[in-house]
Design a protein around this ligand. Structure first.
Ligand code: OGA
Ligand code: NI
Length: 349
């Protein structure tokens, strides 16, 4: 099959495998391997933070900030409400993803990733012959800075896809600022302490995830365990089907979906900026034997040309600097990812 610009596609969607037979083939099976998969571990009691109550200096705001600090220090994530987006808007965002993956393969293939690119519609990249693959198809798009958008990969079907994604990106840029300010305040730092490391124009990548049903959730993962290379990730989950799990104190927990809330997790870059106080959590996605699941993840990072590092105010004799100053962490992240290593280990002092 040839893509928009004529190059050979890397296309072999899991969705197509799942049509004939929801039983995974060898390349997807974790048997006897690295991960023991418990599909229904205990549910994590994760803090729900009302952002609208934080933006004052009242005692209730202080309490909410304290809740934020403890949850990021213990499990690296929280659910955010009071973010200013309506339930119907979030439904639309979810729906453009769901409707896109429901299109015939031939239609979706118009926006396929090519051999030269990481963006577009595709599935798990095969980096080596022996790699276990994720039971997941995705649509991966750089959404900010605007001049870096590659519209040849932005679907025009469903017809409101681009408008909704544009609007969502604008809203997430604002939300990202509010969250970064709250994170700084919760550590008694100046409000702009983390935000200043970002530069003028944050880097945003949106990944629509599609997980077809899979008859062997005990042997297959939607996404293998990983930590995010972002500073902050915003995840719009699927109101109908859960699947995300997070590692806390060496135990896996399922992350519940709360309607109208976004799941926020810190990525490696906030772990670095906070000098390790906030933890970038390991997480993974399990599959479901009966139902498909669609999610929308937005990864926010500082401008890659800027140096980031632990906030100076957090460094003292009692808490020495743990991470080097680095730039383009996302680049470092993917280099290490290909070698099966955690990038954060490579930037420790
Ligand atoms: C990711 C991710 C979780 C999910 O895309 O990095 O962790 O539930 N997604 O889709
Ligand atoms: Ni992730």
């Amino acid at each position: 099959m040839a893509g928009a610009n004529g190059t050979v596609l890397l296309l072999n969607p899991v969705q197509e495998l799942a049509v004939d037979c929801n039983t995974p083939t060898q390349r997807y099976i974790h048997k006897g391997g690295d991960e023991d998969i418990d599909v229904s571990p205990p549910v994590i009691d994760i803090s729900v933070i009302d952002l609208s109550s934080i933006q004052t200096s009242s005692p209730s705001a202080e309490k909410e900030l304290e809740k934020l600090r403890t949850s990021l220090a213990s499990c690296g994530c929280f659910q955010v409400i009071g973010h200013g987006m309506t339930e119907s808007f979030l439904e639309q965002v979810h729906r453009i993803g769901r409707d896109f993956f429901a299109l015939p393969l031939k239609e979706k293939a118009k926006w396929s990733r090519t051999a030269e690119d990481t963006e577009g519609y595709g599935n798990d990249s095969e980096l080596s012959e022996h790699q276990l693959l994720d039971w997941n198809d995705r649509l991966y798009l750089v959404t900010n800075p605007q001049d870096q958008r590659k519209f040849q990969f932005w679907p025009q079907n469903p017809e409101n896809f681009r408008d909704i994604l544009q609007e969502y990106t604008e809203k997430i840029i604002l939300l990202n600022e509010v969250v970064l300010k709250a994170l700084s305040r919760s550590l008694n730092l100046k409000e702009n302490c983390f935000l200043d490391q970002y530069g003028e124009n944050p880097n945003m990548v949106t990944r629509f995830n599609y997980y077809p049903p899979c008859l062997r959730p005990d042997l297959t993962l939607g996404v293998k365990q990983h930590a995010d290379g972002s500073a902050i990730t915003f995840l719009l989950q699927d109101n109908e089907v859960d699947g995300l799990q997070v590692l806390k104190d060496d135990q896996w927990f399922s992350v519940p979906t709360i309607p109208n809330a976004l799941l926020v997790n810190v990525g490696d870059q906030v772990e670095i900026m906070s000098n390790g106080i906030f933890k970038s959590p390991m997480h993974r996605v399990v599959t479901n034997p009966k139902r498909e699941r669609t999610t929308v993840a937005v990864f926010c990072s500082p401008d890659p040309s800027r140096y980031i590092g632990p906030a100076e105010e957090l460094i003292s004799d009692a808490s020495p600097r743990l991470y080097k100053k680095i730039k383009n962490y996302v680049g470092i992240f993917f280099e290490n990812y290909q070698l099966g290593k955690r990038a954060i280990e490579a930037v420790k002092m």
